[in-house]
Design a binder for this molecule. Structure first.
Ligand SMILES: Cc1cc2nc3c(=O)[nH]c(=O)nc-3n(C[C@H](O)[C@H](O)[C@H](O)COP(=O)(O)O)c2cc1C
Length: 191
């Protein structure tokens, strides 16, 4: 698949078929992840591959709890209709864990100090989503969880940062089409 086609066609998916994702496909998605750029090539990521029902159930319960909490804090009406059942339905979740120690030169910065490891993990996540799309799968970048709770569920130590859960599988429904604004309205040129 052409790269620009993959970039434009990839959409977040919130409904999955139960078909398992084979190990070779999982390996290819992880390989795409680690080819992302990172500060001084320090590769500040680790992955947890989740296929078991028990772990997915715990992730679902955590998300349900945070959803209610966020609804109370924000009052966002759309959250009433937002369901997170796909967390139990999806055949595969890959947790992306960042290492805040591996943040490179920005540890000395005045502004945005210590965030570069998160930026690198975000680049890895986008590679994963694009690779999954090119392999005929759909995905979702999911962050509705408390980090301490997620460390406990995943058995990750307190020094590490659970950045996101990436749901992956065959889509069970047409994804929502999300338009984009023309970049020209947000671009200045210094020629
Ligand atoms: C940092 C980040 C966090 C996100 N967290 C969630 C989430 O917790 N739940 C969810 O359903 N979608 C989440 N998304 C997906 C966005 O809602 C989605 O990318 C956006 O609506 C644009 O739609 P598209 O991905 O289909 O183009 C997240 C995306 C990003 C980049």
């Amino acid at each position: 698949m052409d790269l620009f086609t993959a970039i434009k066609e990839r959409r977040s998916c919130r409904s999955y078929l139960p078909d398992a994702v084979d190990d070779e496909t999982i390996d290819r998605i992880l390989e795409a992840a680690v080819w992302a750029p990172s500060p001084a090539n320090n590769q500040p990521w680790e992955f947890v591959v989740i296929t078991g029902a028990e772990a997915k159930e715990k992730i679902f319960s955590e998300a349900e709890f945070r959803k209610k909490e966020l609804f109370e804090k924000s009052g966002w009406k759309w959250m009433d209709k937002y369901r997170v059942d796909f967390l139990k339905q999806t055949p595969l979740i890959i947790a992306v864990i960042g290492d805040p120690q591996k943040t490179g030169a920005d540890m000395f910065a005045e502004e945005g100090r210590g965030l570069a490891y998160q930026h690198a993990c975000a680049a890895a996540i986008q590679n994963m989503l694009l690779a999954a799309h090119a392999l005929g799968l759909a995905g979702l970048w999911f962050t509705l969880f408390d980090k301490t709770a997620m460390r406990q569920i995943l058995g990750v130590d307190s020094e590490k940062d659970p950045i996101a859960l990436i749901c992956l599988g065959k889509p069970g429904a047409e994804p929502l089409q999300t338009p984009r604004k023309d970049p020209k309205g947000r671009t200045t040129y210094m020629r």
